[in-house]
Design a protein around this ligand. Structure first.
Ligand code: SPD
Length: 285
């Protein structure tokens, strides 16, 4: 339940009780309830436009690049030759924009349950929604957990750009969904999912690591810094049917590197180096 008081939006959520990130708002650009969730888009004083779903900040124009680049390029560069990619969620188009930089991709399936997020992005967030203009993208408006059941043994890389495990994203954090992801991956495939915060959502992170460890021969957890998310960071939970995850398997071109703001091969490797409490926590699992 978010509130705007005296021109400040505060992100109040039962998943991080007792704390709230506040952002000063200049104008509400869009506010409507879709079939699935409340969608709000604000112009902020310091962070450009900000997309909020069910009261939770999904992105701000100021720092979205960190999340979208890392969630995309870590699994993509860990794979030696990703040709077929599936994106579940991420209706803003930012992950698609990042995938567009990989010439090796032949086609990209995009699957989101709520077409309204995509429509809002196309209207207000063109720097992300440009991802939908890539001719390799096929848009599927569907429930991701059902979609993967109909696409077994199909993808080299699957990226799950979900919201938090409350509301429409809840099923995307449960074991049956991960079993479906595994089945939808080809031999040697890699999955990367929005992995929450190891400071704030420790039980959820533990659960994701346990599930992916049980299902995949190779599992790892990476994270990036994003000031607009609670705790200032967000994790990526990865499972691989073959490739090593923490070392890029391909070399980034100078042209692509210069177009990016956050991802580098060094950041790729470093993002898997976790605080000691995480090492201890994963040892116990
Ligand atoms: N706590 C919010 C996590 C949001 C992750 N999804 C963001 C979508 C951006 N493409």
């Amino acid at each position: 339940m978010n509130e705007i008081m005296n021109g400040w939006f505060s992100e109040i959520c039962p998943m991080w009780p007792g704390m709230a990130l506040s952002v000063e708002i200049v104008e509400t650009l869009y506010s409507k309830r879709s079939e699935f969730q409340q969608i709000d888009l604000y112009m902020t004083k310091s962070h450009g436009k900000m997309l909020v779903l069910d009261g939770i900040i999904q992105l701000t124009e100021r720092d979205e690049f960190a999340y979208q680049e890392m969630l995309t390029h870590v699994p993509m560069f860990a794979h030696p030759n990703p040709e077929r990619v599936l994106v579940i969620g991420g209706g803003d188009g930012g992950v698609l924009r990042e995938l567009g930089r990989h010439d090796c991709i032949k086609n990209i399936d995009f699957c989101d349950i709520d077409p309204e997020v995509m429509n809002v992005a196309k209207q207000f967030l063109p720097s992300m929604a440009c991802g939908f203009d890539d001719p390799r993208v096929t848009v599927n408006i569907a429930d991701g957990s059902k979609f993967i059941k109909e696409h077994k043994n199909t993808y080299d890389v699957i990226i799950v750009d979900s919201s938090d495990p409350i509301g429409p994203g809840e099923a995307l954090f449960e074991k049956p969904f991960y079993e479906g992801l595994k089945a939808a991956l080809k031999k040697g495939g890699i999955v990367a999912t929005q992995g929450e915060s190891f400071f704030i959502h420790r039980e959820c992170v533990k659960n994701l690591i346990t599930i992916t460890r049980e299902l995949f021969p190779i599992q790892a957890y990476s994270y990036m810094l994003v000031p607009s998310y609670p705790g200032g960071h967000l994790g990526i939970c990865l499972g691989s049917k073959g490739p090593e995850l923490s070392t890029p398997a391909r070399i980034i071109t100078n042209e692509m590197q210069e177009a990016l703001e956050y991802y580098t091969p060094e950041i790729h490797a470093a993002s898997f180096v976790l605080p000691h409490f995480m090492t201890k926590l994963t040892r116990e699992l």
